[in-house]
Ligand binder design. Structure first.
Ligand SMILES: [Zn+2]
Length: 77
């Protein structure tokens, strides 16, 4: 599998929220998830290690890393 290219990936995505620990992007153009190749809903970039996520809904997600940052690709059920 190819390495995740975060810059290239986020250039297609819409930035949503950023706080001290995470940054989120919405996938409005159905970019394929690098892990499972299904389009994902949101990308969460974890800026702190470790980081807790408070998920408001049940989600499937795929995980990758880039430069030591965890990347979480969410898939709504
Ligand atoms: Zn996926």
């Amino acid at each position: 599998m190819d390495e995740v290219d975060l810059d290239e990936l986020v250039s297609s995505l819409t930035p949503r929220e950023e706080n001290r620990t995470i940054k989120t992007y919405q996938n409005t153009v159905a970019v394929a998830c690098p892990a499972c190749e299904e389009p994902f809903d949101d990308l969460v970039v974890c800026k702190e290690n470790p980081t807790s996520l408070n998920l408001s809904q049940q989600l499937d997600f795929c995980v990758g890393t880039e430069d030591g940052q965890a990347l979480i690709f969410t898939h709504k059920k």
